[in-house]
Every structure is written in structure tokens, then in C-alpha cells.
Design a protein around this ligand. Sequence first.
Ligand SMILES: [Mn+2]
Length: 291
Amino acid sequence: MDAITQALGADVTDLASFAASRPSVPERVVEERRRYRTIWISDVHLGTRGCNADLLIDFLDHTDSDTLYLVGDIIDGWRLKKKFYWPATHNDIIWRVLKRAKRGTRIVYIPGNHDEMFRQFTGLNFGGVEIKRQAVHETADGRRLLVMHGDEFDAIMLSHRWLAHLGDAAYNLAMYLNRVVNSYRRWRGLPYWSLSKHAKHRVKKSVEFISRFEEIVADAARARGVQGVIAGHIHTAEIREIDGIEYYNDGDWVEGCTALVEHHDGRMELLHWADEVNARVVTDLPAREAA
Ligand SMILES: [Mn+2]
């Protein structure tokens, strides 16, 4: 908590005055914000270099909703404790969230494992932000969806846990190393040795990890007697059905930069914000002459 208080330069109990301050990146005035009934985001990891703060700021400036769920790992307390990293843009995100609360958006914050220090405040309300351990969201058409971060199942997932962190970057690095190693081996007249085969095996394990997680989370929803579940934690955005249970994962703002939204009719959609921004840039640019 100290790190966060220090970062905000304010007393956390006085968030109203923080919301009244000015962000370093001014709020963009967009003609009309896209309005949704509900927005879910998670795994923002504020306080780390991995966080794509600029894209998230852009997302927050272009959208609005009646309810916003923050589904955990919003602030990375683990990293902040090790190394203090808090650029102004990270404050800007908190500022925007509090501003939304002030404007009347209902905000529900479900802390994850990286921001578990906020779990001690479960049941409290900070500047219009309700802190909860889990929630049941009712969609416009009456479906009930359990909302949870998802680290609740880490103990069951333990055997696969480390695999969750194997991402594309690691895979690409492995592919690169594979080329380097084998050009050396070729030069020395040694037979081909497949690092990629090894790496691919791990990627397969990673896929197994994800589907195992999805199944366990869906089971939890079934046990609660609800129609579906919304989680974060594994940084893998998804909408799918698992044995009659709707499974949703809102992804992350480290790699995927995704948000889950509910339209006013209850329809759910995953927004890939980098794609949205790229499409916008292409439309905004004047047509180039063919070379
Ligand atoms: Mn997590």
C-alpha cells in the first residue's frame, strides 16, 4: 500500500481530490464515446514496464459503460515491492477510472494475486470503487455470470503454473536460438538438433494449461448454478462454451490489450484494442499514391 500511496502522491482515502487533479496525458475529447452496458478489463499490471498504458488510456478515452469491472492484477504490487516503477501514465489510468466513478459509472474492483493487498478492503468503497472478492453479473437478458480473477485455482493448477508465463516472445527467442545453434552445429559438422521441437512441446503444454484453466473455472460456475463465468489471470482472451457454461476471459493489457464488453442487448464481445487503433490510423491517413 505504501508504494501506491507514494505513487499517487496522495492519501488513498482521499481519492476524490486525486480525481479532481489533472492527468499528464490530457483526456481526449472524442465526438462520441462508444457506449457499452458493461466493460471488463484485467491484468493491466500497472507498476511494470510491460503495461501498455498508452493503449489503455486510448481505450478509456474512447469508451464508456454503465458498469466497469476491474478483474484483478490491475496494479502489480509484487513488482512494485521489488523495484519502484511508476510513470505518470500509470497515474493517468487510475485518474481515468476514478473520473468514471465520479461521472456515475459503477466500478467493481476484484483484486487478483498481484494486487492482493487490496483484498483486505473487500466490502469497502473507495471514491466510488467497490472492492469485492467475486461478483455475479446479470446481463441485460438475464444471464448470471460469475466474475472472478482466477488465481483461486492456482493450487490445483500448480503443476502447470510456470507454463503460463511462456509466451510468444519466449517461443520466438527459442526459434531464433534454434537457428543460431544449428548453424554452429552445421559449421562443426554436427547433426541437426531440434530446440524448436523442444520448444513446441512446451507450447503444447502451455495450450494444455490454458484449456485446463478454462475447464476448472467453468466447473466453478456450474457449481454456483450460474450460466457463465468471466475471469482474467492467464492473459488469454477468450469467448467460448464449455459443456453448456459460457466462458469469458477479458485477456490483458501487457500483450493482448483486450477488453470484454457487453452490449445493451446482452451480447458479449472481445475488443482487441491494438487492432482498433491500427484501423483508425489507416482510415485517418490520406490515401498514398502507389509507388
Ligand atoms: Mn493474476
